[in-house]
Design a protein around this ligand. Structure first.
Ligand code: PLP
Length: 411
């Protein structure tokens, strides 16, 4: 396990790298190579037999990637980290490693759309069934565990509804049955929430989001016990092959150095924007775990440092009204993804969760009026000014519509 420092901020910069081993290079060198040469045929044989440490081929390991894996393990307080080509490569490698045909997975009540797609595929191809649970009480969880349950898979905060799941509670029940708990920690990052410290077994990230932080890389990470992740590295990762490239690993190493600073700013901005959204007449509901009125606010205080940078809100009106809001924005960007310097806004029902059948989507709480906002690092006043002018436009439009309808009735 990599050396850690007393404070997260210091580990984010220094953990996993020793400049002395790299000719004093301040930043981790990018080992842009697909393969590594052996000094002799016998050395090649020893490396393949696992009798000698050393690199072989970058799908099996690469020094830049190894530095990233050590750093994320240190930050999540886990034994081993593994880096992947995308968040979905991490999710699929972990779920395939944990299950076999006819097994069962118990999931939180909402999931990212492509994770839902993967579960559907596992069910169609291998009869690996799944159930969703609110996981509000131990009984909720126990009632859906059966002798085929291979793991519990949780997102918290849930994408995009921002509901929270009590990780300590889930981990306690899972221990009763000896089932591993996998947590997608994408929305929090290890700066705000560390599931392994709460008793969970594996943490997954779409590192594309807060860990990269600059909207320029697609990547995934997983952290957990060494034995399990060694097994993933030598099976589902090696043989399916969703590995990260050295340049992308380097971008994540750079992003991680500023993670604490960025997250504080994302949270500061999101708290202010959530408060202003709540007061606007065009907005019906705001879902932000850092808001004292959020039903999971107390839980947020127990298991997260702060509420994060993502807000979901429901517009008054119809799908058209929600889409109009996006179209009226002047500089905020209509885009999926989150955790970037730029504020990003999207319509989950027709974008990130479009592949989820309508019935499941509505059960997850994703209505046609729901908007997801990833609050960026700009001045919050500028973010609000743009949102406000768009929301004002939506209110005046619905006011005009009502007037016209009333006029029609009068006539
Ligand atoms: N998990 C969550 C919560 C996500 O939001 C996403 C992507 O948006 C993923 C996993 C998948 O990550 P990637 O796009 O890096 O494959």
């Amino acid at each position: 396990m990599s050396k850690t420092y007393r404070h997260f901020e210091t580990s984010a910069i220094h953990a996993g790298y020793d400049a002395k081993t790299m000719d004093g290079s301040l930043t981790t060198p990018i080992f842009q190579t697909s393969t590594f040469t052996f000094e002799s045929a016998e050395q090649g044989e020893r490396r393949f037999a696992g009798e000698e440490d050393g690199y072989i081929y970058s799908r099996l390991g690469n020094p830049t990637v190894a530095a990233l894996e050590e750093k994320i393990a240190a930050l999540e307080n886990g034994e081993r980290g593994l880096a992947f080509a995308s968040g979905m490569a991490a999710v699929s490698a972990i779920l395939i490693a944990l299950t076999k045909a006819n097994d069962h997975i118990l999931c939180s009540s909402g999931l990212y759309g492509c994770t839902f797609g993967l579960l559907t595929m596992l069910e169609d191809k291998y009869n690996i069934r799944h159930d969703f649970s609110e996981m509000e009480t131990k009984e909720d969880i126990r009632s859906l565990i059966n002798d085929k349950t291979a793991c519990i898979y949780v997102e918290t905060p849930i994408n995009p509804t921002m509901k929270l799941v009590d990780l300590r509670l889930v981990a306690e029940v899972a221990k009763e049955y000896g089932i591993p708990v996998v947590v997608d920690n994408t929305f929090s990052s290890p700066y705000l929430q560390r599931p392994l410290e709460l008793g969970c077994d594996v943490v997954i990230h779409s590192a594309t989001k807060y860990i990269g932080g600059h909207g320029d890389v697609i990547a995934g990470l997983a952290v957990g016990q060494k034995d399990f992740l060694d097994q993933v590295a030598m099976t589902t990762q090696k043989d399916i092959g969703g590995i990260i490239g050295p340049m992308d690993a380097w971008l994540l190493l750079r992003g991680l150095k500023t993670l604490p600073v960025r997250l504080e700013r994302h949270c500061d901005n999101a708290e202010k924007i959530a408060a202003h959204l709540k007061a606007h007449p065009a907005v019906k509901h705001v879902y932000y775990p850092g808001d004292a009125d959020h039903p999971d606010y107390a839980l947020m205080q127990q298991q997260m440092k702060r509420g994060g940078g993502v807000i979901a809100f429901e517009m008054e009106g119809t799908k058209k009204d929600a889409q109009s809001l996006l179209n009226q924005l002047q500089f905020l960007k209509i885009a999926v993804s989150l955790g970037d310097a730029e504020t990003l806004i999207e319509h989950p029902a027709t974008m990130t969760h479009a592949a989820v059948p309508e019935k499941n989507r509505l059960e997850m709480g994703i209505t046609d009026q729901l908007i997801r906002l990833s609050v960026g690092l700009e001045a919050w006043e500028d973010i609000w000014e743009d949102l406000q002018q768009a929301l004002d436009w939506c209110s005046s439009k619905s006011h005009n519509k009502t007037m016209t309808e009333t006029e029609k009735l009068v006539r």
